[in-house]
Structure formats: structure tokens, C-alpha cells
Design a binder for this molecule. Structure first.
Ligand SMILES: C[S@@+](CC[C@H](N)C(=O)[O-])C[C@H]1O[C@@H](n2cnc3c(N)ncnc32)[C@H](O)[C@@H]1O
Length: 209
């Protein structure tokens, strides 16, 4: 399976629309967490199991991974988890998806593709326009979590989000994880790999103000 797909390719112009909250979840009233670039969703399956008081929505651009994840949701009858295929930027910026931000309490970008070459930086998922869109859509006090093992990518994401005056940095040390979308600090697949290989993890939390 291809590891990297170009999100700016025309193949992703047409989007899968996010269904209504009632169609996606058993209890549509619960707080909603979005995980952008969720791969096959193992992280979200773990979270959905340990945290039935939250709904989880994963968006992933590799179609086969989303198909597999959707099958697994059906087989395991998980009622607080849903997956959508496509470029997260296009999907979320679609005006018909606006309704989800009523319930979104947090969004995670875990180990996004780094796109190392400068000419490919525009393929990175966090872009000034996207952060501007999120700042206009997210409710006050909702949170963005970023995590990566690539320092240059961290600086790029941190600078992009911090340049938007509607987000303020939260000190990770003061943050009460037990009240968040990830009360048990479940790790993503990439995070487990990074820990085993003793690489650095750069992370930050931002609050919409
Ligand atoms: C390095 S992997 C990390 C996967 C997972 N979050 C983890 O921490 O293990 C990055 C994932 O983001 C997906 N991705 C990249 N750009 C995306 C976009 N614009 N929209 C949705 N998914 C995207 C990739 O296909 C890939 O599965």
C-alpha cells in the first residue's frame, strides 16, 4: 500500500460528506473528538473502547485503510466511532459539514506526514487557511493537539497555529488528560514506534479563545 498520497491531487476534490451525528453515533449528544490522518484507526478503536462517553471521528486519505476500519466498526458493533475517507482539509471545509463543530471538543493531528521537501510543504495538512477555517468554526475552549517526531514539522505547525490569534498555547504539564478525549493517554501506532526507537516527540495543545 502506498505510504504517501498527494492530498492536493484532483482525485480528492470530490469528497465523502460526513453523515449526520445521528447516523454516525448511537448517542449523538456526546462530546466529539476528531482525529485527522487516523490511518487504520487502531488508536481510535482503543479510545472508543476505554472512553464510551465520547464520540470519535477519524478522517484518513488512504481509502483502503478507511474501508478496513469501517468493516471493523461494523463487526465489533462499536457505537461511538466513525471513519470518513478523503482529504481532511476538503471534507471539513465543506459548508455541509459545519454542523459537526457544534459537538467537536477537540481535534488531534498525530504524526502528520512531514513532506520534507520545501516544495512539498503545501501538502502538509496544517496550513494557515485551514487553521483560519478551524478558528472560525471551533467553539471557544475547544482544543487542538499536535504531535510529531519531526522538529521542522513541529516548528511549522506551531508557527502556523500560533500565528492565529484565536488559539493560545496550553502548558502540557498543567493539562488534565483525564478529562480529555484521551483519559488514559492511549498511544498511536507511530507514537509506539517512536518510543521503541527512542526518538523525540514534540507536542503541544492549543485552546480556541
Ligand atoms: C504518518 S501517518 C500517522 C498515522 C497515525 N496518526 C499515527 O500517529 O500512527 C499520517 C497519516 O495521515 C494521513 N493523511 C495525510 N494527509 C492527510 C489529509 N490531508 N487528510 C487525511 N489524512 C491525511 C496519511 O495517509 C497517513 O495515514
Amino acid at each position: 500500500m502506498r505510504q504517501h498520497v498527494n492530498p492536493l491531487s484532483k482525485n480528492f476534490d470530490e469528497i465523502e460528506r460526513i453523515p449526520s451525528l445521528i447516523q454516525m453515533f448511537d448517542n449523538s449528544q456526546l462530546n466529539l473528538h476528531l482525529d485527522i490522518g487516523c490511518a487504520a484507526g487502531e488508536f481510535l478503536f482503543d479510545l472508543a473502547l476505554v472512553n464510551p462517553n465520547w464520540n470519535y471521528l477519524g478522517i484518513e486519505i488512504r481509502e483502503r485503510l478507511v474501508e478496513t476500519a469501517k468493516l471493523k466498526v461494523k463487526e465489533r458493533e462499536v457505537k461511538n466511532l466513525y471513519f470518513v475517507f478523503g482529504n481532511a482539509n476538503n471534507i471539513l471545509e465543506d459548508f455541509q459539514c459545519k454542523f459537526i463543530f457544534k459537538n467537536v471538543k477537540s481535534i488531534s493531528f498525530n504524526f502528520p506526514d512531514p513532506w520534507f521537501k520545501k516544495r512539498h510543504h503545501k501538502r502538509r495538512v496544517i496550513q494557515p487557511e485551514f487553521i483560519n477555517f478551524l478558528s472560525n468554526s471551533m467553539a471557544k475552549e475547544s482544543l487542538i493537539f499536535i504531535k510529531t517526531d519531526v522538529k521542522d514539522l513541529f516548528d511549522f505547525m506551531d508557527c502556523t497555529i500560533s500565528s492565529n490569534l484565536h488559539f493560545k498555547k496550553i502548558d502540557n504539564k498543567d493539562f488534565n488528560y483525564s478529562e480529555s478525549f484521551n483519559p488514559n493517554k492511549v498511544k498511536t501506532n507511530r507514537e509506539k514506534y517512536v518510543i521503541v526507537n527512542e526518538l523525540n516527540i514534540f507536542e503541544r495543545i492549543y485552546m480556541k479563545i
